[in-house]
Design a protein around this ligand. Sequence first.
Ligand code: AP5
Ligand code: MG
Ligand code: ZN
Length: 217
Amino acid sequence: MQILLMGPPGAGKGTQAVKLVEKFSIPQISTGDMFRAAVKEGTELGKKAKACMEAGTLVPDEVTVGIVRERLAKEDCKNGFILDGFPRTVEQAEELQKILEELGMSLTKVLNIHVPAEHLIERAVGRRICKTCGATYHVKFNPPKSDKVCDNCGGQLYQRADDNEETMKKRLSVYEESTRPLIDYYKKVGVYAEIDGRQPIENVTEELVNVLYSVKN
Ligand code: AP5
Ligand code: MG
Ligand code: ZN
């Protein structure tokens, strides 16, 4: 199953991707996570991505498309994958189409997690992530048992550098301008479905899974 999870910053793409990984045993491919790992390691890629991420703007398409092309060619994507946060521009979507054709694949479903803008800043600013295992929490909507410690592994929780109100406003305006047009793009392709992301996390997962099962059968 080749799944594309779409939605504005803070909509719940990462949260839901983890659930779908468990359910379908296919890897999550998050360009944001790949860039953050590269920044942490101080690689060339990290140097290219860091300033854009901190400003809330997009990393240039040629950089982003290159890392996705490499990742999708790996063995563990043969049975499918969950793209999270890529593509984010029509140009990236067109490049993805070419990559998939080269690999003899196509998208099974594009799932757009719809959350109105007024909820998104609160979601991002309240997000906490485990340094060790990457688990995502929210101080109000999905709180860890103890303030600064991960329930799963006891790791330390941190806040992403771009999860502040100012950068989030920029990320939302970049979304409106560059990424929202993908909704019409994928409606035309005909594999598009929209899920109401304002529901509790478990209900969103259930709806996503139902849509995916309806494609399979
Ligand atoms: P990226 O890491 O992809 O960030 P994003 O798109 O802004 O999305 P987020 O990760 O912030 O949100 P999410 O939808 O995953 O939400 P989550 O599940 O965590 O990208 C970061 C940067 O990298 C970009 O700004 C750009 O610079 C660069 N980049 C990445 N991809 C790129 C590309 N393709 N091209 C160019 N540049 C790129 O949930 C958020 C919070 O809400 C959590 O606290 C969670 O617990 C909570 N929550 C989740 N679901 C619910 C719910 N149903 N109800 C209540 N709370 C919920
Ligand atoms: Mg994410
Ligand atoms: Zn953890």
